[in-house]
Design a protein around this ligand. Structure first.
Ligand SMILES: [Zn+2]
Length: 177
């Protein structure tokens, strides 16, 4: 398990996502369409800055093929981080440049934090005692057939014991090609 973050996530300012970062993630989302993409955003531990995009591999289809009962969804409606990316995530938590945000795309259904996303973030079914596995925010990207319509950022609210939307971002049409 990762060690406690130095600052409670709820007290951390909302990170600014530049057009360059958004474009990199939107390009990733369009390259994997009609499958969900997933990845990490890193930044320096001591500030709320986020400055690096790291695409991950969505292993959902591989696990679905191996064990469709345990993994009934395909990569069209779910993402699954493989062992290599999970190790990178966990090791980063105690490093000077931790993962700050885990991003993934939704295919044609809009950017919202789904029941599947809540399960993935908690590592189990939600209940009164479930807590997020990692001290990160979650960005959901609204991937459509020929463009990205926007993205929304979600953060665990310890008081509400639920994920809350904390920021929205414009779609790919807002940026120069
Ligand atoms: Zn999702």
């Amino acid at each position: 398990m990762p060690s406690e973050p130095a600052v409670a996530p709820a007290l951390t300012p909302v990170p600014t996502l530049t057009a360059t970062l958004l474009t990199a993630m939107y390009t990733h989302a369009q390259s994997t369409y009609p499958e969900e993409c997933c990845g990490f955003l890193f930044g320096p531990h001591e500030s709320p800055v986020v400055d690096t995009v790291q695409p991950c591999v969505n292993e959902q289809n591989r696990y679905h093929a191996l064990d469709p009962e345990r993994f009934p969804r395909t990569a069209r409606t779910a993402y699954y981080l493989g062992g290599k990316d999970l190790r990178l995530l966990m090791q980063s938590m105690t490093s000077p440049r931790p993962v700050k945000i885990i991003y993934h795309s939704h295919i044609d259904v809009g950017a919202y934090f789904s029941a599947e996303d809540i399960r993935a973030a908690l590592g189990r079914e939600p209940d009164a005692t479930a807590e997020p596995l990692y001290p990160v925010d979650y960005l959901v990207i609204d991937a459509q057939g020929d463009h990205v319509a926007g993205a929304k950022l979600f953060r665990w609210d310890a008081q509400q014991h639920a994920f809350a939307q904390i920021a929205t971002y414009p779609g790919s049409a807002a940026f120069p090609a």
